[in-house]
Design a protein around this ligand. Structure first.
Ligand code: SF4
Ligand code: SF4
Length: 245
């Protein structure tokens, strides 16, 4: 399958539309290699009405990312065509809660941090694959319309803090993570319902004492607030390890 990446400038239009009429409809939901961010998982487990633990057990495989050294959750493919567990003949059965990369495709978003200012900047690329007929349509898009139509802003906002975790891991933690930090990452970033139970147990994680009271109160019932605490919990553990080494 041939693929080509081309930088996309904000004002440059491109032709693309994905709809049931295209001959390749749902083809990209097969031979699956679908990464899930922590926010993707919150959206999907809420959509399916299950706990994070149930979702992880039923729909995912978690392994250690070869590039980041951090645990990565992927959707577990089903059937002989390795399709997504959520694809049907009508399309995506979880469309309004589909993962960030399904929304972004056929674009790819690359994020980088300025070493001097610390500011994050993003660049988008068009990922043109030969099997994708969406480019044959006459529907004109721009980066702005795509980001808006796919409701990417909230996904980007919730996924960008992972950059800081990856940077800390790379800077202070050479080689594989020890088991306790790997388990902590899985707990705080993926198994968020169990994280909540442990965080708010009387004999549980003392980290809650360092969290702003309003955020802590919100996190008792709000997964987004809880995930923000989870990201900080992982970053603190990585920094603690640095101080110990
Ligand atoms: S979540 Fe939806 S869009 Fe994404 S791979 Fe699965 S079926 Fe396709
Ligand atoms: S291959 Fe392209 S056009 Fe076909 S379903 Fe996937 S995104 Fe849509």
């Amino acid at each position: 399958m041939e693929a080509q990446l081309t930088a996309l400038e904000p004002d440059t239009p491109f032709s693309f539309s994905c709809r049931p009429e295209v001959s390749c409809f749902t083809e990209c939901c097969r031979n699956l290699n679908q990464f899930l961010t922590p926010y993707d998982l919150i959206r999907l487990k809420t959509r399916m009405g299950v706990t994070s633990r149930e979702f992880l057990d039923k729909y995912t495989i978690v392994f250690i990312g070869p590039e980041t050294g951090l645990p990565v959750a992927v959707l577990e493919p089903v059937g002989s065509d390795s399709r997504c567990p959520f694809v049907s003949s009508e399309g995506c059965a979880v469309y309004s809660d589909r993962p960030a990369s399904c929304r972004t495709y056929p674009l790819v978003r690359l994020l980088s941090r300025n070493k001097d200012t610390g500011a994050l900047s993003e660049r988008y690329f068009i990922h043109r694959e030969s099997h994708c007929r969406g480019f044959d349509t006459q529907t004109q898009q721009t980066l702005d319309t795509w980001v808006k139509d796919q409701e990417l802003a909230v996904y980007n906002e919730m996924n960008d803090p992972l950059m800081d975790i990856i940077a800390l891991k790379n800077r202070y933690y050479k080689g594989p993570l020890n088991t306790s930090i790997k388990d902590l990452f899985k707990l705080c970033c993926y198994d968020i319902d169990t994280f909540r139970e442990r965080l708010f147990q009387k004999s549980g994680d003392k980290f809650i004492e360092s969290v702003a009271p309003e955020l802590a109160e919100q996190a008792e019932h709000d997964d987004i607030a809880l995930l923000k605490i989870g990201f900080e919990r992982v970053k603190t553990a990585l920094l603690e390890h640095r101080r110990e080494s």
